[in-house]
Design a protein around this ligand. Structure first.
Ligand SMILES: O=C1O[C@H](COP(=O)(O)O)[C@@H](O)[C@H](O)[C@H]1O
Length: 238
């Protein structure tokens, strides 16, 4: 489903409300909430809202478990780190236990080794079902999501839940959840706004099926819900 909003503020509020409602429901039903954060620039407003006085006390953060959809293989101190942005906007401002936060980077190991460790951590918290309560995703201007980039072998991955590889065009390693794992989730919310997203959004949602070119097309939940929160500009209405 695609929801078209008037502006970014509306998208941020809708996403923060969805996050809060999913957390409350999961905690009431199962005693814990498992969520995946997205990187990039798009989610910063959502995270800041969740950390604000209006929102943060609505969630029992001691029962929240945070993972990431992908990461650039850089230390947490690096401005390119998706985790760094998530801490500065959200995680450093809410009472979540540090052991409930699963950063997608570790010093002293290779990205490939850490992909295996990260998958084990997911299995420990979620069990063999691997069903996250909520996954937030962004979408790159080229139609990539998480670190599922056009033309990369990771798009074909069927078995692993987490993969790492060298992304030659960006000259850096990436670590990412794979499409088969993402698709197990209860709810997947994709946030995209601004004119740079217009072309990819049209191709992803209304174009021919060509996930090699537009990897976001691989995101098709098995039994859960997929919701795009976009603004009028991204939707091509302005
Ligand atoms: O490289 C990445 O980009 C996408 C999109 O980022 P945005 O800045 O256009 O919102 C993001 O979803 C992904 O997590 C990130 O690693």
């Amino acid at each position: 489903m695609i929801q078209i909003h008037n502006n970014t503020e509306e998208i941020n509020k809708t996403a923060a409300d969805l996050f809060t409602a999913s957390a409350q429901k999961a905690i009431a039903e199962k005693g814990k909430f498992t969520a995946v954060l997205t990187g990039g620039s798009s989610p910063a407003g959502i995270y800041k809202l969740l950390a604000s006085d209006d929102y943060k006390n609505k969630i029992d953060w001691s029962k929240v478990f945070i993972f990431w959809g992908d990461e650039r293989w850089v230390p947490l101190t690096d401005d390119l780190s998706n985790a760094k942005m998530s801490y500065s906007t959200l995680l450093s401002h809410v009472p979540i236990p540090s052991e409930n936060i699963f950063e997608m980077y570790k010093d002293g190991v290779t990205p490939e080794e850490y992909a295996v460790t990260y998958e084990q951590s997911i299995r420990k918290v979620l069990g063999e079902e691997g069903k996250f309560d909520l996954i937030l995703l962004g979408m790159g201007d080229d139609g990539h999501t998480a670190s599922l980039f056009p033309g990369e072998a990771v798009l074909e991955e069927q078995t692993k839940w987490v993969d790492a590889y060298y992304l030659a065009p960006q000259k850096m390693y990436r670590i990412t959840l794979t499409a088969p794992l993402i698709n197990k989730a209860e709810k997947i919310v994709v946030v995209a706004f601004g004119e740079k997203k217009t072309h990819a959004l049209k191709e992803v949602t209304a174009g021919e099926y060509n996930p090699t070119l537009y990897p976001m097309q691989l995101i098709k939940p098995i039994s859960g819900e997929l919701l795009f929160l976009v603004d009028k500009i991204a939707a091509g209405e302005n």
